[in-house]
Design a protein. Structure first.
Length: 262
């Protein structure tokens, strides 16, 4: 469901009702005549829908985390806010950038339209910037021939499955974050047969090496062995960017998570 398109159509419809009534129909009605129901509702909803549309399209948009690919940073059921303007001002619905702002930085948690199916929104961490050489082999991440240090910390407890997973601390750019790695999971990546710029990637039994093309980004989930990401389906083009996730505003199962993450 394209919620942005629905909101846009509602803004247009209620705006027409409000404008026709405000500038023409109201003057034609006899004094004391109550507004027709469609005018009363349309006129009342217009400013509210307009405010929601502007807020959601240009400033902040809420998202709910649907999967565990970003554990331990984000959990299933977290409601997050996404900064819509940090990567540039875009026209709603068509997602056309009209004002340049900041580019994604390594370590950002980014929401984007899933390249194989742009009707879906995905969330992952930015690992590779345009021109970077990304190597993920034998569970080790190397960026431009520099291995990223993984420091062992306390294991992560999945409270639903009562299962511990090895947890490591990692730093990408200026961002310190935790990742999960399951030693028993294979290093092999079952990549899509075809995706744009697939020739930039080399796969073998140990993992994958990719060179990020201009205007694209390489993203990965923090739950490294349980994430479908750029290792599998390729790069995220700039036109698919939605915004940077920065705040958890609610979680029905754990209120202590409210305000976490930045």
């Amino acid at each position: 469901m394209n919620f942005a398109l629905i909101l846009f159509l509602l803004v247009i419809a209620t705006g027409i009702v409000w404008s026709v009534d405000h500038f023409w129909a109201r003057k034609k009605r006899p004094a004391g005549t109550p507004d027709p129901w469609w005018v009363e509702y349309g006129g009342s909803f217009f400013p509210v829908i307009l405010a929601v549309f502007v807020l959601r399209s240009f400033l902040f948009e809420p998202f709910k985390i649907p999967s565990g690919s970003m554990i331990p940073t984000l959990l299933i059921g977290d409601f997050i806010l996404v900064n819509k303007f940090t990567y540039g001002i875009r026209l709603p619905v068509i997602n056309k950038k009209i004002i340049e702002m900041n580019a994604p930085e390594r370590g950002d948690v980014m929401v984007f339209r899933y390249p194989p199916d742009p009707s879906l929104d995905y969330i992952k961490r930015v690992v590779g910037l345009p021109g970077d050489k990304i190597k993920y082999r034998n569970k080790k991440l190397t960026i431009n021939d520099k291995e990223i240090v993984q420091t062992k910390v306390e294991d992560y407890l999945d409270r639903e499955r009562l299962f511990y997973t090895p947890r490591f601390s990692e730093k990408l750019g200026l961002v310190d974050h935790d990742i999960l790695i399951e030693p028993e999971s294979p290093s092999y990546v079952n990549a899509f047969a075809s995706f744009p710029h697939r020739e930039n990637c080399i796969y073998n039994s140990d993992g994958v090496t990719c060179t990020v093309p201009p205007g694209h980004y390489f993203v990965m989930g923090d739950n490294r062995d349980n994430s479908q990401d750029s290792r599998f389906w390729g790069f995220v083009p700039d036109e698919n960017l939605v915004g940077r996730a920065f705040f958890i505003w609610f979680n029905f199962s754990d209120l202590k998570r409210v305000g976490a993450f930045n």
